[in-house]
Structure formats: structure tokens, C-alpha cells
Design a protein around this ligand. Structure first.
Ligand SMILES: *Cc1c(COP(=O)(O)O)cnc(C)c1O
Length: 372
């Protein structure tokens, strides 16, 4: 048996919308009905006033920092355990990213470690809702208020996740989403910015499209970017938004089944769902602890041999050689992120994974760890 880590869920609707866009010749990021439709659908879904399509999660993060005016010498606090795109975005603005360690249970930024990192140069905090579990936002928002900081949510892995009943992407100043092929919903490549602030939304719309002039188009208002999502991609996105509730339901069913059948195994830390959280379980992540700590390489290669696809967790910012060399961080900065980065991996988590496949994955995991 071969069980992939994930597979997008497509139906006839994706084909219909994409073909429609193609037949009308609306293929760019400027023209066509699907761009606005996708933005409106997404804004409604997140419970925000504005959503702006962009070309990726990475460009969403960069644009968020650009519209907030983050510039060189500014410091931005970022959860260390994340896709490095979150950090790159800060560096694109020549600002200084400051890594913050994570909580052991949720793997998200630890709100208790934030205040000690705030200086008079700090301008923003980027929280990352990792693997679909929302960050504990209230303490973060309280600190942001106290020190007058912006909050950006990297919700690239958490479409539909909720914090105390409110959707992620609606909690900070700006939310950033990715629609890469393996995300909760996909446009192949793509991204979205969400906000309740009309000025930030307008600025994002301008900057993502070369900041063309209002009266004289080619008299530019600013140094802009081409971060447009095409109408073809947006057509895919509209079809995906049609089934996002179903996708999330299937993700939660997948997780529930693993949680039931992998519970109580010594050395396996499973995902959690805190009181405040509605977890969308983007990927079902395991962290090796106790007697299994340090055995990831062996365990993963044996699972791969059995046809069970697995992926290791991110290498946190504080363990990235290029950033240690350039003196931006050091290994010791975030010990928990280091430990999880070395001992975490995720298992097949596709929306259409069958019970038979899940049983196979569970059986193989139990078999492989028996020898330790
Ligand atoms: C995927 C991802 C990104 C980057 O999104 P792209 O669309 O691949 O550019 C950023 N942050 C996190 C947490 C991600 O998982």
C-alpha cells in the first residue's frame, strides 16, 4: 500500500470554473469575474471586511509588512518554528526578525515569552497558526495593545481554524493565507490577505499591482510589486471555497480517528485541541518524546519503506545555518523549537484518506516503534 501525505480534493466544479475562465479569455490577474468572487467568498468565510488575492502565502506575508510600513531597523517578533517564508518576508523589508520559542503542546508561539523580547524597535508580531491549531491570541493582542504593535497572523496552514469562536485571519491587523497545492484549499500557487481596515486593504491592492497611478496609470504611486493572482487560479479557488466546510470536516474526522487509535503510545506526542481552539488539523503531526526522542530518521525511513509518506517538521529559524552565520540568531535561542524541529514529523493527512489507509498507517507506526 502507498499512502500519500495529502492530495487535493477536486470535483467537476473546479473544471467548470477554470474552463469558463479560459473560454472567456480571462486569464490574467486583472480581468475576470473569479478574482472578486474568490475575495468576497473568502472575506465572508473569515468574517472580515476585506480580502485581497495575491500570488502566494510568501507574497501575502511580504505585502502585509509592506502595507504596515515595516522598514529597516524595525524589529518583528516571529514564532521560530515555521515555514521560513514567514522570516524571509521580514528580511525582504530589511527589518530584523526576532525568533520566539513555542509551546510544547500546541507548537505555536508561547505568549509568555513575547514580552521579554519587546524593545523600543519592535513594531510587529507575526504569529503562526501551525498545523491548523490557532495561537492563544488574547495574551498576544493584550501585549500588542500595551506596546502599540501590529499583529500579523500567518494562517497559511489554518483556513477555518477558530479562536474562541472567531476565525483566524480576523483576529490581528492582517491575516495571511496560502493556497499552495497541499494547503487546506488550493489554487496550485496562491495567497490571500485579510483585514478589517479599508486603508490597509486599499494599500495592498495598489502595491500588489505595481502601484499604478489613478489618473495617469503609468505615473506610479509607489514602488509596487506584481503579486497578482490570476483569474484562472481564482476560478480554482472559488470552486475550492464551495467545499471548504466539507474539507475541514474530513480533516477533523481524519484527526479524530488517529487520535483515538494512537492514544496512549509511549513516546508519541499527538496534536491537541485547547479549550479556546477549533483545530482544522492541516496535517497530523507527531512529536517523538521520551524513549523515542532522537529516533526520527530511523522511524521515518522505515515508514517510507512501507509506503507511508511522512515529512519532517520545519527547521526553526534559530537552527538555520545561514542566519546563525549572519549573526541573526543562535541555536540556543529557542530550545523547544529546536527539540520539535528535530523530533517532529507528520503522517498521511489527506481529506480523502480511507479508514483502511489510516488503519495501515497506524499499524505500521506501531510496528516500527516496537523495536525501540
Ligand atoms: C506554506 C506556508 C507559507 C508560504 O506559503 P507559499 O504559498 O508556499 O508561499 C508561509 N507560512 C506557513 C506557515 C506555511 O505553511
Amino acid at each position: 500500500m502507498h499512502v500519500p501525505v495529502s492530495k487535493p480534493l477536486f470535483s467537476e466544479l473546479e473544471k467548470k470554473y477554470v474552463l469558463d475562465a479560459l473560454e472567456k479569455g480571462d486569464i490574467s490577474g486583472f480581468k475576470g469575474q473569479y478574482i472578486k468572487k474568490f475575495e468576497d467568498q473568502f472575506a465572508t468565510f473569515c468574517g472580515v471586511k476585506h480580502a485581497v488575492t495575491v500570488s502566494s502565502g510568501t507574497t501575502a506575508l511580504h505585502l502585509a509588512l509592506a502595507v504596515l510600513g515595516i522598514k529597516s531597523d524595525d524589529e518583528v517578533l516571529v514564532s521560530s518554528l515555521t515555514n521560513m517564508a514567514t522570516f524571509f518576508a521580514v528580511l525582504y523589508q530589511n527589518a530584523k526578525p526576532i525568533p520566539v520559542d513555542c509551546e510544547l503542546e500546541t507548537l505555536n508561539i508561547d505568549p509568555l515569552l513575547v514580552e521579554e523580547k519587546i524593545t523600543d524597535k519592535t513594531k510587529a508580531i507575526i504569529v503562526v497558526h501551525l498545523y491548523g491549531h490557532p495561537v492563544d491570541m488574547d495574551p498576544i493582542l493584550a501585549l500588542a495593545k500595551k506596546y502599540n504593535l501590529y499583529v500579523i497572523e500567518d494562517a497559511a496552514e489554518a483556513h477555518g481554524a477558530e479562536y474562541k469562536g472567531r476565525k483566524v485571519g480576523s483576529l490581528g491587523d492582517i491575516g495571511c493565507f496560502s493556497f499552495y497545492a497541499n494547503k487546506i484549499v488550493t489554487t496550485g500557487e496562491g495567497g490571500m490577505i485579510t483585514t478589517n481596515n479599508p486603508e490597509l486593504a486599499d494599500k495592498a491592492r495598489s502595491l500588489k499591482a505595481l502601484a499604478f497611478g489613478k489618473e495617469n496609470k503609468f505615473m506610479h504611486q509607489d514602488v509596487g510589486y506584481n503579486y497578482r493572482l490570476t483569474n484562472l487560479q481564482s476560478a480554482l479557488g472559488c470552486a475550492q471555497m464551495d467545499k471548504i466546510d466539507l474539507i475541514i470536516k474530513k480533516k477533523r474526522q481524519m484527526a479524530e480517528y488517529y487520535l483515538k487509535n494512537l492514544a496512549g503510545i509511549e513516546g508519541l506526542q499527538l496534536p491537541v485541541e485547547k479549550d479556546y481552539a477549533f483545530n482544522v488539523y492541516w496535517m497530523f503531526n507527531l512529536v517523538l518524546t521520551g524513549k523515542l526522542m532522537g529516533k526520527r530518521k530511523e522511524i521515518m525511513s522505515q515508514l517510507e519503506e512501507k509506503g507511508v509518506e511522512v515529512r519532517d517538521d520545519f527547521v526553526p529559524f534559530n537552527d538555520q545555518e545561514i542566519f546563525i552565520k549572519s549573526d541573526l540568531t543562535q541555536h540556543e535561542d529557542c530550545p523547544l523549537a529546536t527539540q520539535i524541529g528535530k523530533n517532529g514529523f507528520y503522517i498521511p493527512s489527506g481529506t480523502d484518506i480511507s479508514e483502511e489507509e489510516q488503519n495501515y498507517v497506524i499499524e505500521q507506526i506501531k510496528e516500527v516503534i516496537k523495536i525501540f
